[in-house]
Design a protein around this ligand. Structure first.
Ligand code: GDP
Length: 137
């Protein structure tokens, strides 16, 4: 059993496809262990994406992530980290495999609808960034 942190980004919440995104995870046998809809401040977004602070898109990405509401979720299941990444598709929707969330819904490499932890180490940082242990069922 593994846990990962996923976010439906502001473009996904704005397009009103929260249910559609969650359905992709549930129908793959994954379970939602915690879920909240929130609005990140610029500082919240900068802290979350701190690993990207030297990247040229850091400022634009954190502006985008704080531009509207997001849904943060803990997803659990066997191999959840990799499974969620497969269901999401590649970062750039132009490269994402058909049938993935990003291929179907993402506008571009930045507004790509969904986030998923990329490793156990990332999940270990990202899950407690949003959820105290007692809020995860
Ligand atoms: P992910 O793990 O697939 O989300 O991709 P990364 O960890 O490499 O990047 C984090 C997020 O930064 C991506 O999901 C995008 O929203 C954004 N991003 C990545 N690459 C670019 C880029 O080249 N330009 C811009 N504007 N945003 C990017």
């Amino acid at each position: 059993m593994e846990r990962t942190l996923s976010i439906i980004k502001p473009d996904g919440a704005e397009k009103n496809i929260i249910g559609k995104v969650i359905e992709r995870f549930e129908s793959a046998g994954l379970r939602i262990a915690a879920l909240r809809k929130i609005k990140l401040s610029k500082e919240d977004a900068k802290g979350f994406y701190i690993v990207h602070k030297e990247r040229p898109f850091y400022d634009s990405l954190t502006d985008f992530m704080s531009s509207g509401s997001v849904v943060v979720m803990v997803i659990e299941g066997e191999g959840a980290i990799l499974k969620v990444r497969e269901i999401m598709g590649a970062t750039n929707p132009e490269d994402a495999a058909p049938g993935t969330i990003r291929a179907d819904f993402a506008a571009n490499v930045e507004k790509n609808t969904v986030h998923g932890s990329d490793s156990p180490e990332s999940a270990g940082f990202e899950i407690p960034y949003f959820f105290p242990a007692l809020d995860i069922c």
